[in-house]
Design a protein. Structure first.
Lengths: 256, 256
DNA sequence: CCATCGGCTTGATTTGCATCAAATCGTCCG
DNA sequence: CGGACGATTTGATGCAAATCAAGCCGATGG
């Protein structure tokens, strides 16, 4: 592993707080690997031997049943994945597939579990990461069970706008059929939902979406901080856990 | 707090592995409280000051949006809840309501976080608990996104049968309208789904369901260990995390 | 440049589920 | 016991989303 890779790992929220020795243990058997687009990194049901850390590219996690497939989440750097399976030394519940060329750090699961037993600060970081991911899924379930597909799309767009802090234009970072599956609908209905949102100031040109009237869009979307996490990512906030405490941190830093 | 309560906490999987000092810190500010049925223990959005441990009774966790409510999970003893919010010191994403008279242990969140920093074994237990809950939600999302409502009911019945290891009869432990919400459907459609399952050997008498033909039911349900966790609870298996490693433990203990 | 292919859109149809409405059932209480 | 209430069931209807079927469009390659 290269020295630059070591530095990148050190900067991960998971390791930011860890003792030097912990870090040595964890990285001893680790390696960075590159994968072409469309590579299956992991199949659901497989035993999980490594913790994966996406350093560059995009990875999709999906689930399968009875010849149907659904996208559960799309990861962008820097994200860890299948941490829960590593902690429990259990089989994966989700399959992982690269969507683009990816650079991925793989840390042996044994090393992670050993490090947790040795270093409470590291174990705390793992817990925080897991707690953040857990809350992400709670939000996801509420989104699916309480909203219809157009409402989910509208909130997705508003969340993306807030996350990228990108004015009134949102870039879709993945194919629409993948976005559709992530939002729990068919590609056909995603098209139709976009059409519906035209009346609320949304226009689509390929992967560029412009939100001309966010007030109208919000009226339909009714975004809710207990479902939609609109913490702007990048900078301080890189892990799910950081995003989870963003709102309360915000109110503590700037009271009123 | 009574001495008998202390013993019950010691037996929790969360504390089974903890150092004596950890245990002292955690229980110092803890207390057991009793609540009547229908009590709101926690409202989504509230700051979470305690880790809750359900010792007796039933608790429902639900989410709300736009005047709609959905049941996210139903807890039976012994279960911890809102651990993720405690770890992150964040606001609750779910509301908690007692369904029956309940006995609940409340441990100050500060104490939990302090204990985690002091005792890596305890922090490991917290991580395992969180990882187990996380995987429960992954299963839940796959269930919702990949199956229709009758399939979900069929799998629910099969899972209950396996969990209670109760021959061919399953007891519904909660009102049907709550079960309906848990399974993501209306009470009306739950009725109709039960009617559909009659053709597969399912008959309902109040809260007693008999499965006369599990083979036929399984043919419709297509249960999958990567969605349905059929680990029999009670005895060794009390936490979600235990249930998660049940299958792999099983194959290690009894190879072939 | 044209042909091809995959992804996306649009339209027609079907299906699944929610909603609305009313009847039934069981339980609790005056 | 009679009545009331809530939970459940059953039936009728409407809507949302999936499916089926073409067309369109942009990228790619001969």
């Amino acid at each position: 592993m290269r020295a630059s890779d070591i530095d990148r790992i050190k900067a991960l929220p998971l390791f930011a707080d860890a003792a030097a020795e912990t870090f040595r243990v964890a990285t001893a058997g680790a390696h960075v690997q590159r994968f072409p687009p469309g590579t299956m990194l992991l199949l659901e049901g497989d035993p999980v031997d490594f913790l994966y850390v996406l350093l560059d590219g995009q990875v999709e996690l999906h689930g399968t049943w009875n010849d149907h497939e659904t996208v559960l989440t799309i990861l962008r750097p820097v994200s860890t994945f299948i941490l829960a399976a590593v902690v429990l030394d259990a089989a994966a519940l989700m399959s992982a597939r690269t969507l683009e060329r990816c650079e991925i750090l793989m840390i042996p699961g044994d090393a992670i579990r050993t490090a947790m037993r040795l270093d409470p600060r590291f174990a705390m970081s793992v817990s925080r990461d897991l707690a953040g991911c857990y809350r992400g899924l709670v939000r996801n379930i509420k989104n699916i069970k309480l909203r219809n597909s157009t409402e989910r799309l509208a909130n997705y767009l508003l969340a993306q706008r807030a996350i990228d802090s990108s004015g009134s234009t949102v870039i879709l970072h993945h194919e629409k059929r993948i976005l559709a599956s992530l939002l729990g609908m068919t590609p056909e209905n995603l098209s139709r939902s976009f059409a519906t949102l035209q009346k609320h100031g949304v226009s689509v040109q390929g992967s560029v979406v412009t939100l001309a009237n966010t007030a109208a869009l919000e009226q339909l979307a009714k975004p809710d901080p207990l479902i939609d996490n609109n913490a702007p990512r990048g900078g301080d906030i890189v892990a799910e856990a950081d995003a989870e405490i963003w709102l309360s941190e915000l109110s503590r830093t700037k009271p009123r």
